[in-house]
Design a protein around this ligand. Structure first.
Ligand SMILES: Nc1ncnc2c1ncn2[C@@H]1O[C@H](COP(=O)(O)OP(=O)(O)OP(=O)(O)O)[C@@H](O)[C@H]1O
Ligand SMILES: C[C@@](O)(CCO)CC(=O)[O-]
Length: 338
């Protein structure tokens, strides 16, 4: 059997959503997949194969409880200011072991199984790779055990994992990866958006940032944690939502540009990416980073481009690298027949 979960793009409100303001996001048709099958020779252990990282690890289910406590303690140390975020999940496999530790009711069913995680989602690109992979894992494990998690429970468990991965998670990525479609999210409250994205939206990968989402979040909190700028983000997100619902290209352009300016003010858009965005604007398009961005280096991961009335070739010599934005509407899916 296998389960899959989509990646995500944030249209508006990244970072501000961590401070309780609304965000708009949608699920994308690029997926993380987990295949689960019984394997010989594992006894009561589980084998975790991470294709993207070329690693495999044997996991003792009876060690997951102490591991969970240890990781939660490290996260508390982070919250208390005694550990940097990168020291909480010191290795990638720990994220998935922590996820498994949260579903003890499934352990007996998965004992002796191999869990293979593969993904079409670029790592560190702001496309919610960690939320999508953990969502696919928990969807697979709970489905296989015959104890399928309802979507709100699934989202809540993935959010716990994201707290440890990123330090503080708004829960936005887990909600989008679990539910699919386009939605407005604020403080755990999810409102599906009936708007559909018209033609003219593209994704561009400006490259893997030098810093993680957790490091970006920590830096932003140090500088802007108590700032009034989050209300400005909230206002732009409201405008963005109205513009999308009203399918108004001019208002969408304005919202994308204002959102990008705010992200620049909080220091998550490297100069080189700002420059690319300005060049696109001069040609009549709009663009913004999507996701955490970067507080160092010259790459910021995913950039969203809105260019409804321009041909790609007329816009940029780099347009060959752009991909049309395609929305997933299914969210996390479990299939037992493969
Ligand atoms: N495909 C994968 N295989 C193994 N580990 C992964 C995978 N995707 C994510 N991870 C783990 O999650 C961590 C964070 O993932 P990543 O850097 O891609 O951030 P992200 O979740 O995409 O960020 P954002 O929330 O900003 O979109 C990685 O460092 C790695 O430990
Ligand atoms: C930067 C952030 O707003 C989006 C990361 O995809 C963090 C979060 O919402 O948890």
């Amino acid at each position: 059997m296998h389960a899959r979960a989509p990646s995500k793009a944030i249209l508006s409100g990244e970072h501000a959503v961590v401070y309780g303001r609304p965000a708009l996001a949608l699920a994308l048709c690029r997926y993380a997949t987990v295949e689960l099958e019984a394997a010989a020779g594992l006894g009561t252990d589980v084998e975790l194969v991470l294709d993207s990282l070329n690693t495999r690890e044997r996991v003792r289910l009876d060690q997951l409880d102490p591991l969970q406590r240890q990781l939660q303690q490290r996260h508390q140390d982070f919250l208390d200011g005694d550990l940097p975020i990168e020291a909480v999940m010191a290795q990638p496999a720990l994220l998935f072991q922590y996820a498994l530790s949260l579903v003890p009711e499934c352990w007996s069913a998965i004992a002796g199984c191999r869990l293979r995680l593969s993904s079409q989602i670029p790592l560190g690109a702001g496309m919610g790779s960690s939320a999508a992979t953990v969502t696919a894992l928990l969807k697979a494990v709970s489905g296989y055990a015959g104890k399928p998690l309802a979507t709100p429970q699934l989202v809540a468990l993935v959010t716990r994992c994201e707290q440890l991965q990123h330090g503080r998670s708004s829960g936005l990525d887990p909600a989008v990866c679990g539910r699919g479609g386009m939605l407005r999210f604020q403080q755990g409250d999810v409102q599906p958006l009936p708007a559909s994205l018209q033609q003219g939206w593209y994704l561009f990968d400006s490259g893997k940032p030098d810093c993680s989402t957790g490091q970006c979040g920590s830096q932003v909190r140090r500088q802007f944690g108590r700032s009034g700028i989050w209300d400005e983000f909230a206002e732009v997100t409201e405008q963005f939502q109205q513009a999308l619902l009203g399918a108004s290209p001019e208002r969408i352009h304005a919202s994308v540009r204002q959102n990008q300016r705010l992200l620049e003010r909080i220091g998550v858009v490297p100069q080189s990416v700002q420059q690319q965005v300005r060049e696109l604007e001069q040609q009549g398009a709009s663009a913004k980073i999507s996701g955490a961005g970067a507080v160092s280096g010259n790459r910021a991961g995913l950039v969203l481009i809105y260019a409804p009335d321009r041909t790609l070739e007329s816009l940029s010599s780099q347009s060959a690298a752009w991909q049309p934005l395609q929305m997933d509407t299914m969210g996390a899916v479990y299939e037992s027949d493969r």
